[in-house]
Design a protein around this ligand. Structure first.
Ligand SMILES: C[S@@+](CC[C@H](N)C(=O)[O-])C[C@H]1O[C@@H](n2cnc3c(N)ncnc32)[C@H](O)[C@@H]1O
Length: 226
């Protein structure tokens, strides 16, 4: 029986180290935790979901794959009611608003003893801006492809010394350094979206135009340098 792990979730697993205790919030089917346990990577997994049905499916899958004894299951939103005894928090497959609300609710995560693995489905620049403004640093970031979609996946630690610019919120320094073969395609995608937004701001005479144009020019420069 093979676990149907997407490239996106596999990239999240790559940031988990041997012996880590993992909390997978919004676990749904539970595949991430099951993979980490059945491959002897994680020591234990806290699996949680805000909805009963996905959590039940995680429970059943964990039994099917013989790892239920190393997983605990929690029906709750975010991390507020979870035990704090983990090393890595994974938030994957959720939009920026959900991830931001989970992080805002848990200032205790701003501690060097935790690592966060974040895979955000929307408004990723908002997430990177929030992380930077709250003392988090993106230590590593890469890209995964499933079908025609590209997914940035990041490893985040608490380090208030990291400096980021507005353009970095769209393509982080860690992602630019990642050497991912998907980076040119990803930058083209970001540039395409940014051009539409700049054109829209130009038409409406919005005061944010100059700032957005400068970001676009910076990202185009990075693209040329690849
Ligand atoms: C699209 S699924 C992603 C599942 C899995 N993490 C993945 O990346 O494949 C999102 C899951 O997060 C759960 N969820 C949404 N908001 C949540 C919250 N605030 N706390 C915990 N779970 C949440 C949903 O019920 C759903 O099962």
């Amino acid at each position: 029986m093979k676990l149907p792990l997407s490239n996106r979730l596999s990239a999240c697993c790559d940031y988990v180290q041997s012996g880590d205790r993992v909390a997978d919030v919004g676990c749904d089917h539970g595949y991430l935790g099951i993979y980490l346990l059945s491959h002897g990577i994680a020591r234990s997994v806290i699996a949680s979901d805000i909805n009963e049905m996905p959590l039940e499916s995680a429970r059943q899958n964990a039994s099917k794959f013989g790892v239920a004894d190393k997983m605990s299951f929690h029906l709750c939103g975010g991390v507020r009611h979870l035990p704090h005894n983990f090393d890595v928090l994974v938030l994957a497959g959720m939009g920026a608003d959900t991830i931001l609300s989970i992080l805002s609710d848990a200032p205790w995560l701003r501690d060097k003893k935790y690592r966060l693995v974040l895979q955000c489905q929307s408004k990723r620049s908002d997430l990177r801006r929030y992380l930077h403004q709250h003392g988090y640093a993106i230590r590593r970031e890469t890209l995964a492809q499933d079908g025609k979609f590209l997914y940035p996946v990041m490893e985040v630690v608490y380090d208030p010394t990291q400096i980021m610019t507005e353009a970095d919120y769209y393509v982080s320094p860690a992602l630019r350094k990642s050497g991912s073969p998907l980076l040119p395609e990803f930058l083209d995608h970001v540039i395409g979206g940014m051009r539409k937004s700049v054109n829209g701001l130009a038409i409406t005479g919005n005061e944010g135009y100059e700032k957005r144009l400068a970001v676009l020019e910076q990202i185009q420069k990075w693209r040329m340098e690849l």
